[in-house]
Design a protein around this ligand. Structure first.
Ligand SMILES: Nc1ncnc2c1ncn2[C@@H]1O[C@H](COP(=O)(O)OP(=O)(O)OP(=O)(O)O)[C@@H](O)[C@H]1O
Length: 548
C-alpha cells in the first residue's frame, strides 16, 4: 500500500522531500555559521551576518514549502486510499465482500487510512531532522574525526536496542489493529441496536461493559503497550545521546590546539542536535503505526480481488429464458464448523411469468435469489441465459438484467439510474399509484424524504425497481411489511401488471393466501427444491406461461 501511494504521488513527494532535505541542510549551515561567528574577529562579522540572514530566510522558505507540500500529500494520500478501498469494495464479488465484513471495511476507510495519512505529516520532520543529525555529525567529523567514529559506535548501539524494542512494539500495534476491526463492528451494533439497548437495561449493561467496553479497553491496552515500548526506546536513545555528550565533553576532549573552537562547536552542536533527535525518535513510531495500518489495508484489499467483476459498459442481452442447471452454493459456518448447502437446483424462468418461491425460515430462499441474480455465481452446475452458459467474464452483464428488492434493501438518497427526461414525472406517477404522493415526491432525481415507515420505504424501493425497467424483478418478502390493502394491491395489481409488461418475476413469500396467483410455485426445504418446478398454481395470474 505504501509503495503504491508513494508511486501515485511521486512528483509531489520528490519536491516535498527535496524541500525537507534542503531545510535540514540550511539548519546545519546555520549552526556552523553561528559557531564561526562566535569565534570570528570583528572584521569578518558583517559578511557573516549577511550569510546568516540569507541562510535563515532560505531555511524558513524551505520549511514552509516542505510542510505545506507534505500536508497536501497527506490529504491526497487519504483521498487516494479511501477511493482505492471503496473501489475494491465496489468491485469485489459479493460473497467475498460478505466474508471480509463491513466492520473491517469501515476500519480501513477511517482509522487505518488516517494513520497512513499521518505518515505524510511526520515525513518532513523525519527527513529534515535526519539531515540535521547527519549534518551535525559531519560537522563534528570535521572538528574531530575520533569523536565522529565514537558517535557512530554509539548510534549503532542505540539502533540495535531501538530495533529490538520496536519489533515487540509493532506486535502490540498489530494486535491493537485487529481488535479495532472488531471494535468497529461493536460501534455498528451500538447504533443499529439503539432501540434494543434502550429497551433492555441488562442487555445494554452487558453490551456496554463486557463487549464494547472490553474491546475499547483492549485497543487502549494494546496501543498503550506498543506506544510505551516506543517511549522506552526513545528514552534509551536520549540517554545514549546524553551519555555521548558527557563522554565527549569530559573524557574525549583533550587539550589540543584550537581547543576552544572545538569545545564550543561540540557544545553548540550537541545542544542544537537534541531537539531534532527527539523529533526523530518521536516521529519514527508514527512510521511504524502507518506501516501497520497500511498492512491492515493491504490484508483487507487483498481479500477483495479487484477489477475482475466490473465491466465498463457490459452488453446486456435481452432475456428470453434463464435456466439453472444443477446449481449449488455453500456457506461455511466457522463457529459450528458446518455447511449450509443449497442445491443442486434445476429451475428456469421466462419473460411474462410470475414464480413464487416459498419455504420455511432458513430454507435458502434468499440464497437462491442471490444465486439467480448472479450475486453468488454458482459453485457447482451452470446458469444458462438464452441457452448459453454464463461464463466468468459474463456475470457483470448478467446482473444488469435484474431489479431486486431484498428484505434488507437499501434506498440510495438519489435515484441513481441513468438520468433521463421525465424521470421525476414517472417517479411521481408511480408514487401516486402506490398512494405515497402526499408523503413524498421525486424532485431533481431524488426522493424528497425517506423518513417513512418501513412498509412505505419498501414501496419506494418498488418505485425504484419500476424505474429501473429491467426484464427480471425479484421481491424478497416485499409484502411482509404491507397492510392487507397493499398486499392486495401488490399481488392483484402490481404483479399482473409486471406480467403484462413481459417481466419475469420471482416473488419470495410466506403469504399462502395468494399462492394460487402464481404461474408457478417453487418450494424449498433445507436448501433443496421439493417441487422441481411442478407445483403449478390452480389459478394463475393470467395468460399462464407454458410449463418449463
Ligand atoms: N451470509 C451468510 N453467511 C453464512 N451463512 C449464511 C449467510 N446467509 C445465510 N446463511 C445461512 O444459509 C441458510 C439459508 O439462509 P437464507 O437467508 O437463504 O434463508 P431464507 O429461506 O431466505 O430464510 P428467511 O425466510 O428466514 O428469510 C441459513 O441457515 C443461514 O444460516
Amino acid at each position: 500500500m505504501l509503495p503504491y501511494l508513494i508511486r501515485r504521488t511521486r512528483g509531489l513527494m520528490t519536491a516535498a522531500a527535496l524541500a525537507s532535505i534542503l531545510s535540514g541542510l540550511f539548519s546545519v549551515l546555520l549552526i556552523a555559521q553561528i559557531n564561526a561567528a562566535l569565534t570570528s574577529d570583528s572584521a569578518s562579522r558583517a559578511s557573516a551576518a549577511w550569510a546568516f540572514a540569507g541562510i535563515a530566510v532560505a531555511l524558513m522558505v524551505c520549511r514552509m514549502v516542505s510542510t505545506a507540500l507534505f500536508e497536501r500529500l497527506g490529504q491526497r494520500a487519504l483521498a487516494e486510499l479511501r477511493s482505492f478501498v471503496a473501489q475494491c469494495v465496489a468491485q469485489t464479488p459479493f460473497a467475498q465482500f460478505e466474508r471480509v465484513g463491513s466492520a473491517r471495511i469501515q476500519s480501513a476507510l477511517t482509522e487505518h487510512s488516517n494513520n497512513v495519512a499521518v505518515l505524510f505529516v511526520s515525513l518532513p520532520v523525519i527527513l529534515t531532522n535526519t539531515v540535521i543529525v547527519v549534518g551535525c555529525l559531519g560537522y563534528l567529523a570535521m572538528l574531530s574525526w575520533q569523536v565522529f567514529l565514537f558517535a557512530l559506535g554509539v548510534i549503532g548501539l542505540g539502533a540495535v536496542g531501538y530495533h529490538l524494542v520496536h519489533l515487540r512494539a509493532i506486535h502490540y500495534l498489530q494486535s491493537a489493529s485487529s481488535e479495532q476491526d472488531r471494535l468497529f463492528g461493536h460501534f455498528r451494533a451500538l447504533t443499529d441496536g439503539a432501540k434494543e439497548l434502550r429497551l433492555h437495561q441488562r442487555k445494554s449493561r452487558v453490551f456496554m461493559d463486557q463487549i464494547l467496553g472490553e474491546s475499547v479497553e483492549g485497543v487502549r491496552r494494546l496501543r498503550t503497550y506498543g506506544m510505551s515500548l516506543f517511549v522506552i526506546s526513545t528514552s534509551w536513545g536520549q540517554f545514549l545521546m546524553y551519555a555521548f555528550i558527557g563522554l565527549v565533553l569530559f573524557v574525549l576532549a583533550g587539550d589540543g590546539p584550537n581547543q576552544t573552537q572545538v569545545m564550543t562547536g561540540f557544545a553548540l552542536v550537541f545542544v542544537f542536535m537534541v531537539t531534532p533527535l527527539e523529533g526523530l525518535l518521536i516521529n519514527i513510531p508514527r512510521i511504524n503505526m502507518a506501516r501497520v495500518a497500511a498492512s491492515r489495508i493491504d490484508d483487507i484489499t487483498r481479500e477483495m480481488p479487484q477489477g475482475q467483476e466490473r465491466q465498463v459498459s457490459p452488453q446486456v442481452p435481452a432475456l428470453q429464458r434463464l435456466e439453472l442447471r444443477d446449481v449449488t452454493h455453500q456457506y461455511y459456518h466457522e463457529q459450528s464448523d458446518d455447511f449450509f448447502e443449497l442445491g443442486p437446483i434445476n429451475l428456469s424462468f421466462t419473460p411474462g411469468e410470475v414464480v413464487f418461491l416459498v419455504g420455511g425460515n432458513g430454507s435458502g430462499k434468499t440464497t437462491l435469489a442471490k444465486v439467480v441474480v448472479g450475486l453468488y455465481p454458482p459453485e457447482g452446475g451452470e446458469v444458462l441465459l438464452n441457452g448459453e452458459r454464463v461464463e466468468a467474464d459474463g456475470w457483470d452483464a448478467y446482473r444488469q438484467l435484474f431489479s431486486v428488492v431484498f428484505s434488507d434493501f437499501h434506498l440510495f438518497e438519489r435515484l441513481l439510474e441513468a438520468p433521463r427526461d421525465g424521470l421525476d414525472e414517472e417517479g411521481n406517477r408511480l408514487l401516486a399509484k402506490l398512494h405515497l404522493q402526499h408523503k413524498v415526491r421525486v424532485e431533481n432525481g431524488a426522493f424528497t424524504t425517506q423518513a417513512l415507515s418501513q412498509g412505505q420505504r419498501k414501496r419506494l424501493a418498488l418505485v425504484v425497481a419500476y424505474l429501473e425497467d429491467r426484464p427480471f424483478l425479484v421481491f424478497d418478502e416485499w409484502a411482509a411489511d404491507q397492510d392487507p390493502l397493499f398486499k392486495e394491491v401488490f399481488y392483484c395489481e402490481v404483479l399482473p401488471e409486471l406480467k403484462r409488461m413481459g417481466k419475469a418475476v420471482l416473488v419470495i413469500t410466506h403469504d399462502d393466501r395468494y399462492f394460487h396467483l402464481a404461474d408457478r410455485l417453487v418450494r424449498l426445504e433445507s436448501g433443496k427444491l421439493l417441487t422441481a418446478e411442478s407445483e403449478t398454481a390452480e389459478e394463475p395470474l393470467a395468460e399462464p406461461s407454458s410449463a418449463t
